[in-house]
Design a protein around this ligand. Structure first.
Ligand code: SF4
Length: 337
């Protein structure tokens, strides 16, 4: 459904500037922005994807991955079309690399229907995921407001390229900000995401933290792109210093895909090494992802080493945390349990 965009400026000669994501596209009359989801019609900017759902499923929150926010809870997960990145190894390229085609009839889901669906199926919250939720901003904001009224939590699974002003509007209604940090250099971000400056992504994540939103970080480790010690150490140090040592960091395995089909899958030893770097740099919770059955899926007490949550892939096999504390030494475990 087409709807007027919330964050944009009108410029001379009928142009508009979108302020939804950090590309801040200047869009000429009858043209679309970089993501193709926003179009300038007669000097008014419209989103084309309001309520247009490409994917919908109910998953445990571990699938996002989010490990410290009501482990084992069920969430309604939804995505739309398009993205403000074009990652060459994108797993969801069939929806994220959308080229602006028309939608199938019946793909529209009103905000109130999304909320009702989540409640009917006993979900704890809504995750906007699969493609970048920022470009679905107006819809996720409307739905988040409604979700809060009905007692649901909300989760953005994001590449973090949202503008600060968009986050300012969303933050009062957002509970979880699961952000990708794809590397720690402009060169890496240029290769993976086709952007020239990545530090603004860090700044917005810090702002989300300042708002009191629960933040977890994911780095999909791609051999030859972001698996060097310098970048891994830098990510870990930034998380500790700017988001806090209790912030979970998920280092996940890359599988060859799309334009990166020639790249090998991440060796498990590389992921274990990254985890060690995270822990040695003061992070309390560093997890391995996409390695079923690995010990790095579990949560251990940072203080006494007791096993707190045993996981298998996306399932919580056992959760020993009691009232947010380790049952062995009593230390508080960060998050919501
Ligand atoms: S949301 Fe789309 S149109 Fe707006 S700035 Fe980002 S890429 Fe450009």
């Amino acid at each position: 459904m087409k709807k007027e965009a919330l964050l944009y400026d009108k410029l001379p000669h009928g142009e508009v500037q979108c302020r939804t994501c950090q590309r801040r596209c200047t869009i000429a009359k009858r043209a679309a922005g970089w993501c193709l989801t926003r179009v300038n019609e007669g000097g008014t900017l419209y989103t084309r994807i309001y309520g247009e759902v490409s994917s919908l499923s109910i998953n445990p929150i571990e699938k996002k991955p989010v490990f410290h926010f009501y482990p084992g809870s069920r969430w309604l997960s939804l995505g739309s079309w398009g993205c403000n990145f074009r990652c060459p190894g994108c797993q969801n390229w069939d929806i994220a690399h959308w080229k602006g085609e028309d939608f199938e009839k019946g793909s529209y889901l009103a905000p109130e229907d999304q909320v009702d669906m989540a409640l009917r199926h006993g979900c704890l919250g809504l995750s906007w995921t699969f493609n970048e939720p920022t470009i679905w901003f107006e819809y996720t904001l409307d739905t988040a407001k409604l979700a809060k009224k009905k007692g649901l939590y909300t989760n953005y699974v994001t590449n973090g390229f949202i503008t600060e002003e968009a986050l300012d509007l969303l933050a009062p209604y957002l509970d979880v900000y699961r952000v990708d940090i794809k590397g720690f250099s402009n060169t890496t971000y240029k290769k993976i995401a086709h952007i020239t400056e990545f530090r603004s992504i860090l700044k917005v994540a810090e702002k989300a933290k300042d708002y009191g939103i629960h933040v977890e970080v994911v780095t999909n480790i791609i051999p030859g792109f972001n698996d060097d010690d310098i970048q891994l150490r830098s990510i870990a140090s930034w998380i500790k210093k700017s988001l806090g040592p209790d912030t979970p960091w998920h280092v996940t395995r890359f599988y060859p895909h799309l334009k990166l089909s020639h790249v090998e899958e991440t060796p498990i030893a590389t992921l274990e090494h990254a985890r060690k770097i995270g822990i040695n740099n003061g992070l309390r919770y560093v997890y391995l992802g996409n390695v079923p059955g690995h010990d790095g899926e579990n949560t251990y007490c940072y203080n006494c080493g007791a096993l707190l949550i045993k996981r298998y892939v996306f399932d919580v096999v056992e959760n020993k945390i009691r009232k947010g504390r380790c049952p062995e030494c009593g230390v508080t475990i960060a998050g919501r349990f």
